[in-house]
Design a protein around this ligand. Structure first.
Ligand SMILES: [Zn+2]
Length: 284
């Protein structure tokens, strides 16, 4: 009896799949591409970030001020390239450590693509002494986004200038509707910032849409996509774009991935007859 018991225990261990730490990274397949969600940090962006915190949707979705979420970045591994989409907050964040869990190191990253130039998306590109973190990568940002921040009056322009100085000729720009590599197309989604960009990753018949900062509170903004946040540079435009993309993604059943959707930040939107949305997280 004891022998059988030991055997059962041993075989349970032998048969158990080797799991990656799925609280920090999560792997998906998009056709033949590997798509990996990587957590940078946990966040709680409460009601104060919403432009109309007294709205009905806020009452419905938030009993208190908790909006537990995360900042995510995404890795795209094609047959010959490793691409990182957004680079997290930098110092204090866990992106580099978690990228390692995904088998990605800064010096083997070929391309870093940026959705927009807020500090929680570009903070990880330069080290504390303004040194290059992704030493052999080309960094891509929308031409409109770079132009805007280099001319901005806010302190964010310093981050844009640092980035330009640090990456020099490795900093490249793209236009909307261009493909950065054949599998990744840039799609304009202005409003959050003037050059805010989404990326459509496709392989065969499969695709996923990285929506960047279209969403900061998935609970509230699915009930009412017209609610924008204090970080949106043009709240009206951000709301209009959010509504359109939500509708398209729900109707076409396109998988989406968001930087501020709770980790792993990947899933589907569905729409009810009243025009409200529901986010269905996806883990595979
Ligand atoms: Zn952000």
């Amino acid at each position: 009896m004891k022998k059988i018991f030991m055997y059962l225990i041993a075989s349970a261990f032998l048969c158990a799949p080797v799991l990656a730490d799925d609280s920090q990274i999560r792997k998906y397949k998009v056709g033949s591409i590997e798509f990996i969600s990587v957590k940078d940090i946990n966040t709680n962006m409460g009601k104060s970030i919403l432009l109309n915190p007294a709205a009905e949707a806020v009452k419905k979705a938030m009993y208190d001020d908790q909006n537990p979420s995360s900042i995510n970045a995404f890795v795209v591994k094609t047959a010959d390239k490793t691409i990182l989409i957004d680079a997290g907050t930098g110092s204090g964040g866990n992106l580099l450590k978690n990228l390692e869990l995904a088998g990605v190191t800064p010096d083997t990253t070929d391309i870093v693509i940026i959705t927009h130039m807020h500090s929680d998306h570009i903070g990880g590109l330069a080290g504390p002494k303004a040194e290059k973190v992704f030493t052999s990568a080309q960094v891509y940002v929308a031409a409109e986004e770079l132009r805007y921040w280099l001319n901005a009056v806010s302190s964010e322009k310093n981050a844009a200038r640092t980035l330009k100085a640090v990456y020099a000729d490795k900093l490249k720009t793209f236009e909307w509707d261009e493909n950065i590599i054949p599998e990744i197309k840039a799609i304009g989604a202005p409003g959050h910032t003037p050059g805010h960009t989404m990326f459509e990753i496709s392989s065969g018949d499969d695709k996923i849409l990285v929506i960047g900062d279209l969403v900061h509170n998935i609970k509230v903004q699915t009930i009412d996509p017209s609610i924008s946040v204090v970080f949106d540079s043009d709240p009206k435009q951000a709301a209009a774009v959010r509504k359109k993309i939500f509708k398209d993604a729900a109707r076409s059943k396109t998988k989406i991935a968001g930087m501020h959707i709770p980790f792993p930040g990947v899933g589907y939107l569905s729409e009810d007859s009243a025009g409200k949305y529901f986010f269905n997280p996806s883990y595979r």
